[in-house]
Design a protein around this ligand. Sequence first.
Ligand code: VGL
Ligand code: ZN
Length: 207
Amino acid sequence: MHPPQSALSQSALIVIDVQNDFCPGGALAVAGGDQIVAPVNALMGAFECVVLTQDWHPADHASFAANHPGAAPFSLTEMPYGPQVLWPSHCVQGTDGAAFHPDLRTDPAQMILRKGTQPQIDSYSAFFENDHSTPTGLEGYLRSRGVSALTLVGLATDYCVAFSALDAARLGFAVTVRMDLCRAIDLDGSLEAMVGRMTAAGIALQG
Ligand code: VGL
Ligand code: ZN
């Protein structure tokens, strides 16, 4: 099956993790995270395809400091797939913290992708888990829809947005990140580092 001619070169808006726990008052609050909600809502109408992602962890998730006795939140550990930041417990499946920000429009979304559901592996990217090889299925969804260009917005710039953007570029999508519609955690220079990696990968950083 090939996509119909009219569907070729569609563009998709990928809205990353606009969830309560990443907004002020949440368990892993990103400064100004709530400020992007209204402009992201306004942007949805400009895209043929809108995808929302949700960080969606089981309570025993290995990325939570609380599941590593003695480990402090925001410290680093080694996982089989490489270094991993140990986060405060966040976006636990079914909790209010894992819900979308209440003002985020969800009706225009044709797909909602949940990631980070396996206890032993984190998933910053919407395309692959943090082993960089286990796919989420989003690539196949977008390709079968005839999507070739992506605009990414959401939380957090330097983690889930950046890792999603880098994977998307590696997969051959034309990628734009609307920096004005993202907010960063900025842990130990992570924002500057990820901006450098995204630029080097040919990702267009706008706003
Ligand atoms: C995220 C840290 C842990 C994100 C998710 O959405 O950027 N960051 N889990
Ligand atoms: Zn997470």
